[in-house]
Design a protein around this ligand. Structure first.
Ligand code: HAM
Length: 405
């Protein structure tokens, strides 16, 4: 019989990793709610056009990496490769421009990209995503960068590098892209096949190339950051000033190209030295044209996404938290009743449920990291697992007092 396995590039989350993932989500919730971001959810699959128009036809994501399928009525659907386009689709569909702006939302869930799997790169992965839609205030750009930094810090990712740039507005960008295309055409024979074939569609991607000849050409290429319109340069200066005032270090990287086409003005990415080739912990930026692209009225927005798998890879094993407060070494109705009472008094409690000997039960209590073990025999004994002290309890009621329930 065929051996059944999880599909390539996916992962099963086993304990204790499930707990570690929840911890990251809890941290994200705390950090994001402190700034007024509220949870929001959209479907795992969308009309393919949401991403084709939103993320952009010329991106690797849309050209190569989408899980696209037809439903029974022949509609083209796609498993979402990212959150922003779907959230903006929902913003338009539900008339959320009528709410007080900006609408601040956040999201955690699975995303899908058909990439070649490697360390830190999966075909199904989990993103924490936050968006502020409906205002172009530079304080939102800075706020989101600082919130992401705080999440990464509290999740224990360790040292990280923040790269920051501005892509200006579509008009500036169009002029710049023309200039860059002319520059690249003039040195076409030095470029990689791949870059040459995309010169018409998206010459910006040449900055991403790992082909040495292309890289040499790109070193001397004109930079968009030097071509920003005054109001965009001012916007970027304000974002930087707010980050400076907050004491957050960053590097201006004029070659920072994100793999999605909707960005305008601010773009950023956090990288960890602890990760290999897939070093990006999270990134994002402003997308002032996206909602209009998806059929809404012109509405600015800014946001980020960070991969939970990469956050946990960078954070390493870390300290194991206690799995349980009380282990009841005993079986039968008394034990069952006792764990229920312990649980309703707010403690995490388990009883013996696999037919182990008393010695085996004590070992199990240890493995679970129990703070207390209650041994139900002829007498009731309560063992403090930290100090090893063991005391007798007069009744089950006493036990609750002794373990602090
Ligand atoms: P992104 O840079 O494509 O941005 O993805 C954000 C993060 O998701 C990455 O930094 C990485 O941690 C994680 N990630 C992406 N692909 C994979 C993968 N194949 N395996 C594991 N982790 C992965 C976005 O998705 C934008 N929607 C971010 C954004 C929100 N921009 C504005 N608002």
């Amino acid at each position: 019989m065929k051996k059944l396995q999880a599909p390539r590039g996916t992962l099963d989350v086993l304990p204790p990793d499930g707990r570690r993932r929840l911890d990251v989500v809890r941290i994200a919730d705390e950090v994001l709610s402190s700034a007024g971001y509220e949870p929001m959810e959209t479907p795992v699959f969308e009309d393919t056009e949401v991403f084709a128009r939103g993320v952009g036809e010329s991106t690797d994501i849309v050209q190569k990496e989408m899980f696209t399928f037809e439903d029974k009525a022949g509609r083209s659907l796609t498993l979402r490769p990212e959150a922003t386009a779907g959230l903006c689709r929902a913003y338009i569909e539900h008339g959320m421009h009528k709410l007080p702006q900006p609408v601040k939302v956040w999201y955690v869930g699975p995303f899908f990209r058909h990439e070649a799997p490697q360390a830190g790169r999966f075909r199904q992965f989990t993103q924490i995503d936050a968006e502020a839609i409906g205002s172009d205030d530079p304080s939102l750009d800075a706020e989101l960068i600082l919130l992401l930094d705080e999440i990464l810090e509290r999740a224990g990712t360790g040292p990280r590098r923040l790269r920051l740039s501005s892509l200006g507005t579509p008009v500036t960008r169009a002029g710049y892209v023309e200039e860059l295309r002319r520059y690249l055409r003039a040195r076409e024979d030095e470029l990689s096949e791949d870059v040459r074939s995309r010169l018409d569609q998206n010459p910006l991607r040449a900055f991403d190339a790992d082909h040495p000849g292309t890289q040499a050409v790109m070193k001397e290429a004109p930079l968009l950051l030097d071509r920003l319109a005054p109001e965009d340069a001012e916007h970027f200066a304000e974002v930087r000033a707010l980050l400076d005032a907050a004491g957050l270090e960053y590097e201006i990287d004029p070659t920072l190209v994100r793999g999605l086409d909707y960005y305008t003005r601010t773009v950023f990415e956090f990288e960890s030295e602890r990760l290999g080739a897939q070093a990006a912990l999270g990134g994002g930026g402003r997308y002032d044209g996206l909602i209009e692209e998806l059929g809404g009225q012109a509405t600015p927005g800014v946001g980020f996404a960070a991969g939970i798998e990469r956050i946990l890879l960078a954070a390493g094993e870390g300290e194991r938290s206690r799995g349980i407060d009380v282990f009841v070494a005993g079986t039968g109705r008394d034990a069952f009743q006792l764990v229920r009472r312990l649980r309703s008094s707010g403690m995490r409690a388990q009883m013996e449920q696999a037919g182990r000997s008393l010695k085996g039960q004590l070992k199990q209590a240890d493995r679970l990291g129990a703070r207390w073990t209650v041994i139900l025999g002829d007498e009731i004994e309560v063992k403090d697992m930290d100090t090893g002290d063991q005391r007798q309890a007069g009744s089950l009621d006493d036990v609750l007092g002794m373990v602090g329930g």
